[in-house]
Design a protein around this ligand. Structure first.
Ligand code: SF4
Length: 742
């Protein structure tokens, strides 16, 4: 006879993982019992984040166990957007998808298949580009055009490496920090912590932002720039620094070329006119220039507020890169670290098999005909960067993806050639992309013969798909990253971990989806069964393996590590055609574009007298990261409805009260928003939140109510509003007007 004892206690395992709730990649500790996540907290032992965790990281398991999560593959059985679905097995779905891709490839060529992926949701972010490269299609579209791509390209054109504008200040060494178009308290809390420490040690803080943000309230000097006019502000700073002789002559003499062209150009500009255009009094610009010029080292932390300004974006980035260079803040401790790609390990282009894509196909990717860097221009920069950094080609491959607005045109109109199949991964183009009507036209077009969405939740885009496939959450898959997934622009370090918990049976990771499609299309040998074994290929040349890196709990540095803390070296050759820091860009000149930084204004803003206000969109909060967190209860408590911020005086003039619904309109479209009143903005500026509204249905005519409230009905992807180098589109600085709702 046995007597009943105490119930057995389920052992709790604690696993260290890197958080992929945003791009900060804090170290977390996850308690798991019986395969279920019990608790998530910051990892005090993590060498970078040292215990920090934000609400998104803390609540991440809520997404894993969310009742609305898609857990079984679905195939459309009614008309597109009818909401009629049948559950199918993965094998049924993938067999059919692979057969359709094979048929379209035979009839219309490999380039008839496109891939569109969203922002960072795990270590296998963007892995589908590898499949497309090997398949022969150049049409992988990332969000690089509006997410650090322009700043990276501008820096690379200037000194052949980037982005350096993430570089954290070093407390006690950095003497001035410029936060420009960025809200690090919300978007980069580890950077914000470093800025706070630098301030405590005596560094001055300059914030450049249209809104009096939390960062601006902590600043010694806040420059309230007019949205989208940052190029004029940067040119004014260059003018003043050169005129007042606050530049580093030794650096300019030894490391740069084109200084005389730059000097002649900016000293010929009228500072009063520049001050008027950017909306900042000249006296404050003079104060900022003096602070930057007299406080070395200075570090410039620039963000996506700049990357989303359309036409001027490369000019803004180039002007900032020139500011960094002429003030001698490149390659100095406490200034900007030039890290380059990894030397020993394989990163971006290598891991994504960029070389497998025929050169002629790269030049034919959608958008390459109009935007030189996406096509013929890429090779010149890539060769120059490779000549400076270990002969490694395609390290900037991640910013040379196809142009998404051009993709919608190719699908809907068949120009420049038909694209008939689209796989969308962790992305909702109908919500996130500018000119939402153009996206809808493509997704609803009969020309689109196959549309597959792989994601955690339904979305307006998923509602129009032929297949919706359930995706693994980042806690359910291994993590591997050079900075951000395969990007590898931050020197020789790498991080990895195993999955915190197993995914539900019906769910596959990004890597597994592409592996399983490749197997069906005859390329299975190139895709190891486990993602960890694929990642290990990157590590092998450095004598590392996945388990060793995963066991390190924190980034591991390769033999040639150049980390910000010891980034005082400058390369013997810069990754530009001249091998120097090019203040006048030889590549931009070769592409028929201004070689020295200039100002540019989107066409939409030039003649819009009926739209007297200025619209800016997006802007991060600590509770959200694009669509990653928007099913979280905490996010919805603070963002219950699509909202826009108005100055109280502007609202009063239109009879709008706090919490009222009102009409917001640009020359391109109109939507409803809920009013949030704040004097932190100038009276003529309106700031609309990034859209996402999970309530509602996938109704074909108005999926999830997007035509009523999606701010991207009002934003522009027009070529004359976009930057002419890589086609970055216009989300900030649009003319607009508001009215009280009837
Ligand atoms: S800031 Fe938050 S979401 Fe981002 S990595 Fe850190 S804990 Fe995760």
């Amino acid at each position: 006879m046995t007597t009943a004892g105490p119930a057995p206690v389920t052992p709790v395992t604690t696993r260290p993982v890197v958080c992929c709730g945003c791009t900060q990649q804090c170290g977390l500790r996850v308690d798991v019992a019986d395969g279920r996540i019990l608790d998530i907290r910051g990892d005090r032992a993590h060498p970078v984040s040292a215990g920090y965790v934000c609400p998104k990281g803390k609540d991440a398991a809520e997404l894993v166990y969310h009742p609305d999560r898609v857990l079984t593959p679905r195939r459309r059985i009614g008309p597109r957007g009818s909401g009629q679905w049948a559950d199918v097995s993965w094998d049924e779905a993938l067999d059919d998808i692979a057969a359709r891709i094979a048929r379209l490839t035979a009839a219309d060529g490999a380039r008839s298949l496109a891939y569109s992926y969203g922002t960072f949701r795990g270590g296998d972010w963007g892995i589908g580009e590898r499949f497309l490269n090997r398949h022969g299609s150049p049409n992988s579209c990332g969000q690089d055009k509006i997410c650090y791509g322009p700043l990276t390209l501008a820096e690379a054109l200037t000194y052949g490496s980037g982005p350096t504008v993430f570089t954290a200040p070093v407390a006690g060494i950095t003497r001035c920090v410029v936060v420009w178009g960025m809200r690090p308290a919300a978007s980069a809390p580890l950077l914000w912590r470093a800025i706070g420490a630098a301030q405590k040690a005596g560094a001055q803080l300059i914030v450049i932002d249209p809104e009096r943000t939390r960062e601006a309230r902590h600043a010694d000097l806040w420059l309230q720039v007019q949205p989208g006019r940052d190029a004029e502000l940067a040119l004014a700073l260059l003018h003043l620094l050169i005129k007042d002789d606050l530049i580093d002559h030794a650096f300019v003499r030894e490391h740069t070329t084109g200084f005389e062209d730059l000097r002649a150009h900016v000293t010929g500009l009228e500072p009063v006119a520049l001050a008027k255009a950017c909306g900042v009094p000249l006296s404050r610009l003079q104060e900022a220039a003096a602070l930057i010029g007299r406080s070395r080292p200075t570090v410039f932390n620039a963000g996506n507020g700049l990357c989303q300004t359309g036409a001027p974006v490369i000019q803004i980035g180039r002007a900032i890169a020139c500011l960094i260079a002429v003030t001698g803040n490149l390659g100095v401790a406490g200034g900007h670290a030039l890290l380059g790609p990894p030397r020993d390990m394989l990163a971006n282009g290598d891991m994504l098999d960029a070389a497998a894509l025929p050169e002629a196909e790269r030049a034919r990717r959608v958008g390459a005909g109009r935007y030189p860097f996406l096509g013929h221009g890429y090779r010149g920069l890539d060769d120059a960067v490779a000549a400076a950094w270990y002969g490694r080609q395609h390290s900037l491959n991640w910013i040379a993806t196809a142009h998404e607005p051009s993709l919608w045109q190719a699908i809907a109109d068949g120009t420049p050639y038909p694209v008939k199949a689209l796989i969308v991964q962790h992305h909702n183009p109908l919500g996130a992309n500018p000119n939402a009507p153009a996206v809808a036209r493509a997704l609803q077009s009969p020309n689109l013969e196959l549309c597959v969405v792989h994601d955690l939740f339904m979305s307006p885009t998923a509602a129009l798909a032929d297949y919706v496939l359930p995706a693994a959450h980042w806690l359910e898959k291994p993590y591997f990253s050079f900075g951000i997934a395969f990007v590898g622009a931050f020197g020789d370090y790498v991080g990895a971990n195993h999955a915190a918990t197993a995914p539900p049976p019906g769910v596959r990771s990004d890597y597994e989806l592409w592996r399983d499609l490749a197997q069906r299309l005859g390329d299975g040998a190139a895709w190891p069964a486990r993602a960890e074994d694929f990642y290990a290929r990157s590590l092998a040349p450095a004598g590392l393996d996945f388990d060793t890196v995963a066991a390190a709990n924190g980034p591991l540095f390769g033999a040639a590590a150049r980390h910000p803390d010891h980034a005082t070296e400058l390369p013997p050759r810069y990754g530009t055609p001249s091998g120097k820091v090019e203040l006048s860009s030889s590549l931009l000149a070769a592409w028929g574009l201004p070689a020295v930084p200039t100002a540019a204004v989107p066409a939409l803003g030039r003649d819009a007298a009926d739209f007297p206000l200025t619209l800016t969109t997006g802007g991060r909060t600590i509770e959200g990261f694009h669509e990653n967190a928007q099913h979280l209860r905490r996010y919805r408590r603070t963002h219950a409805h699509p909202a826009a911020t108005l100055h109280p005086d502007t609202a009063a003039r239109h009879g709008i009260r706090d919490g009222d619904w009102f009409t917001l309109e640009t020359p391109l479209g109109r939507v409803r928003q809920q009013a949030r009143l704040s004097a932190a903005l100038a009276a003529h500026v309106v700031c609309a939140d990034r859209w996402w509204y999970p309530e509602g249905t996938g109704d074909a005519q108005d999926p999830y109510g997007l035509w009523a409230t999606n701010i991207n009905v009002c934003t522009s992807d027009a070529a004359d509003d976009s930057d002419p180098v890589m086609g970055a589109w216009l989300l900030r600085g649009l003319p607009c007007r508001v009215s009280k709702e009837d």
